[in-house]
Design a protein around this ligand. Structure first.
Ligand code: DX5
Ligand code: ZN
Length: 218
């Protein structure tokens, strides 16, 4: 089953609860929550209080993507706020294993994200500790960028790594995915698709439903 994880980075923050209810109504599986610290990436998005306020709004699975330096400092607060899974950029963590261990100790699922320039093989030594691998298909930092075609090969490699591990690990693809190019990451083996600018703005229910129906037809 392919899952849709709309990124609320492109939502209308003045009516965030309504936007999240709209993706739920349209058939989204996860809420993808992009946290940026103004240091690992230039922008600042939002933090723990937003996750906490959204938690009572929806039963959807909260997929918190930390684009921050030293994520280990923040995982406990996001876990308490209601994260179901925390994925963090491998490039921002000094001690990746300790960060994963800490997430697991909080009863939250783990994910490791790689920027376009980072080989996906970088996650291989942690595969036994992972519930998700996140292949970034744009440079982290903002929504609305174009999918980088060179990253498709990394999705294929990640799929092979997961299959070879025999473990139940989700393969998420994030950045520049629209309804008219989503078959590229899917054919490469993705099973969770993040879509921000393709879902939010205008008819959020309808745009979410279009992805959900496309996935169901697969
Ligand atoms: C980029 C974020 C993505 C982004 C996706 O730093 O991690 O989740 O918001 O947005 P679109 O789908 O517009 O590329
Ligand atoms: Zn993201």
């Amino acid at each position: 089953m392919i899952k849709l994880a709309p990124s609320i980075l492109s939502a209308d923050f003045a009516r965030l609860g309504e936007d999240v209810r709209a993706i739920e109504a349209g058939g989204a599986d996860f809420v993808h929550i992009d946290v940026m610290d103004g240091s690992f990436v230039p922008s600042i998005s939002f933090g723990v209080p937003v996750v906490k306020c959204l938690r009572p709004v929806t039963p959807l699975f909260f997929d918190v993507h930390l684009m921050v330096n030293e994520p280990i400092r923040h995982v406990e607060a996001f876990a308490k706020a209601g994260a179901d899974l925390i994925d963090f950029q491998i490039e921002g963590a000094t001690d990746v294993a300790a960060t994963l261990e800490k997430i697991r100790s909080l009863g939250v699922k783990t994910g490791l994200a790689v920027k376009p320039g980072t080989p996906v093989e970088a996650v291989s030594s942690y595969i036994d500790m992972l519930d998700m691998i996140l292949v970034m298909t744009v440079e982290p930092g903002k929504g609305g960028q174009a999918y980088i075609p060179e990253c498709t090969e990394k999705i294929r490699i990640a799929r092979q790594m997961i299959d070879a591990s025999g473990r139940d690990i989700l393969l998420e693809v994030d950045g520049g995915v629209k309804i008219d190019n989503v078959d590229i990451p899917l054919a490469a083996g993705a099973d969770v698709i993040v879509a921000g600018s393709a879902v939010f703005g205008g008819d959020v229910v309808g745009k979410t439903r279009a992805f959900a129906e496309h996935f169901r037809a697969k």
